[in-house]
Structures are given as C-alpha cells and as structure tokens.
Design a protein around this ligand. Structure first.
Ligand code: RUB
Length: 305
C-alpha cells in the first residue's frame, strides 16, 4: 500500500491501535523506498519528508506513530546517494517492525507473570500488548477470567472478546458504565498505551482513567502494558499530548438530537502516574517514576523535532 493509502487507513481506523499504526507507517516508508524511482537525493528527501507529514497527520495522539517513523528515518540525513538512502530506509523499516513485534511478545511473557492462577482481569479497548499478557497467562495453564469493556463508540471491545474467545480464554463483555460495579470481582486491570509522558502519565483509550480510579478505590492493581517506544520525549520539554477528537457522527446519528445540542467526542484520556502500579515493557516492569531514565536511555540518539 502507498503512503497515501496507509495514512487514509489509519485516519479511518481501518488500521488502529498504537503499535499497529506505528508498524504500518514504518512499512509504508519501507515500501516507498522499495518502489519509487528518484533521480537525486534531494527529491528522495522531499518525498520522505512529505510522507512523514502525511503519516504523522493521520492520527494525533499516539506517539508510537511519530517514534516509529523517526526510527525508520534514523541516519537518513547522513546519506549522500539515493541508493544508500533507499537501503537505509528499507533496513530501518524492517528492523522497527521486527523489534516492535518482538517487544509485544516479550511484554506478553513478562506481564503474564503478574497474573496469578485464578485471577480475574479487566481490560479496556483493544490493546495487543495487554492481550499478549492475558493470552500468555492462559497459554501457560493459569485459570483466568477476563472482563473486557465494550469501549464506546468504536466498540473495540468486540475485537478483544473475539480474539480472547478464539484463544480459549473465559471472557465476559461489559458495557463501559459497568466498570466500577465489576471492579469488585477484579484482581488486576491491564490496559495498553498510546503515549506515556515523561512524568509517567499514560494516554490511552477514553475511559482508561475511569478504570484507574475505580481500581484505585477498590485497591486493585492497575497495570499498563506498553512498548518503550510509546514514551514521548517531547513531553519532557513541556509539549502537551494532543487528545484526538473524532467526528460526532461516531456518537449520534443525524436527526437523532436537536441541532442545538453540542456533541463532544474525545477519544483518549490521561491517567496520572499515581494511579498506575506498574508499566510492563519489553525491558521489564517499571514504575511510572522511572520513565524519564528509560527515555534518556532509549531515545538519546534520535533527533526529535
Ligand atoms: C486503541 C487503544 C489501545 C492502545 C494500545 O485505540 O487505545 O489501548 O492503542 O494498543 P484506537 P496496542 O482503537 O482508537 O486506536 O497495545 O495494540 O498498541
């Protein structure tokens, strides 16, 4: 698929989820490098820069998208020939996709150890990292039960219950409004992340912070499952994470309510670090307070703006 096709598919949510959109964007740049002919390095640089802007503009909240693209472009400014640049982009794109997939696998192994035999888990939306932990716990023989929220308005919870049911996990779908009521039967909450800020706050699907509050109140551990490339270095310099607002037609049909009624559809929210017990990453389980150190270590050599 071309860069335009991938950007459109991300915008329309045909491709969704922070990890998936990052891998799709990296693949789009890799495909561009494989298929496009350039006469000189400056035309290549221009095309890559346009592609980067299109892909980043397709969804504003998940920093995974930006970081996946930055990783794929790493070293490009040092290339002097089209051939070198092409090779570099293809290699970086493949490396990012592979390491991103491996990170999810590692998170599954590490996170599954936090799930006790007989545990009841609550999850929100559809996170491949959280699902990897749950599936691995089930695969390793633990008798677990999962409550998965519907996640209005896109109902990504349907994807989650289908995937877990297919893996043989005992899973129950609940509406978002049932979270606090069902928390009393829950032993651990596991959710994904779109972005992690320098102070350890987690931006994830709207409603995540409500799960965190309900878990805090019920003294249920609240665990985030996330690849380290979802950490946003820009937040260290005071940049705010843009919370995507989507079309109101996702919530109400035309004519269903008077035109005078306003509709607000933010699709992500922020959970402060103090409600997060741990972040399961591919390098281990870390506290939200140690995000800064990981950021410096992981991103030190990448150019960010
Ligand atoms: C998806 C969502 C997921 C994170 C993490 O929102 O909030 O929890 O993206 O997913 P949307 P993963 O459906 O709007 O993209 O662990 O798969 O990266």
């Amino acid at each position: 698929m071309s860069v335009d096709d991938i950007a459109a598919a991300i915008k329309s949510m045909e491709i969704r989820g922070a990890g998936r959109i990052a891998r799709a964007a990296a693949a789009a740049i890799g495909d561009l490098a494989r298929s496009r002919e350039w006469n000189d390095i400056s035309s290549l640089m221009r095309d890559v820069s346009d592609s980067k802007a299109k892909l980043i503009g397709s969804r504003p909240t998940a920093v995974s998208l930006l970081n996946g693209i930055q990783f794929t472009l790493r070293g490009l400014n040092g290339c002097t020939t089209v051939d070198d640049a092409r090779k570099l982009l293809i290699r970086n794109s493949e490396e990012f996709i592979m390491s991103s997939n491996m990170a999810v696998e590692r998170i599954g192994l590490i996170g599954s150890r936090r799930i006790k035999d007989g545990a009841v888990i609550m999850t929100h939306c559809n996170s491949s990292a959280a699902i990897a932990c749950i599936k691995e716990a089930h695969r390793s023989g633990k008798r677990i039960k999962v409550y998965a929220t519907e996640s209005r308005p896109w109902r990504q919870g349907i994807l989650t219950v289908n995937e877990l049911a297919e893996a043989g996990v005992d899973v129950t779908l609940i509406i978002d409004g049932a979270v606090r009521s069902v928390m009393k039967y829950t032993d651990i909450v596991m959710v994904g992340a779109d972005t992690i800020t320098s102070n350890g706050a987690v931006i994830n699907k709207i409603g995540t912070s409500q799960l965190a509050l309900a878990a805090h109140e019920a003294r249920v551990p609240f665990v985030v499952c996330s690849e380290t490339y979802k950490i946003s270095p820009q937040t260290l310099f005071g940049d705010m994470v843009t919370i995507e607002e989507r079309d109101t037609s996702e919530i109400v049909r035309k004519g269903e309510i008077p035109d005078t009624v306003k509709v607000f559809n933010p699709v992500f929210d922020s959970t402060p670090a103090r409600y997060i017990d741990g972040i399961v990453t591919e390098i281990g389980i870390v506290s939200p307070g140690s995000v800064y150190e990981i950021m410096v270590k992981q991103f030190g050599d990448i150019e960010f703006k």
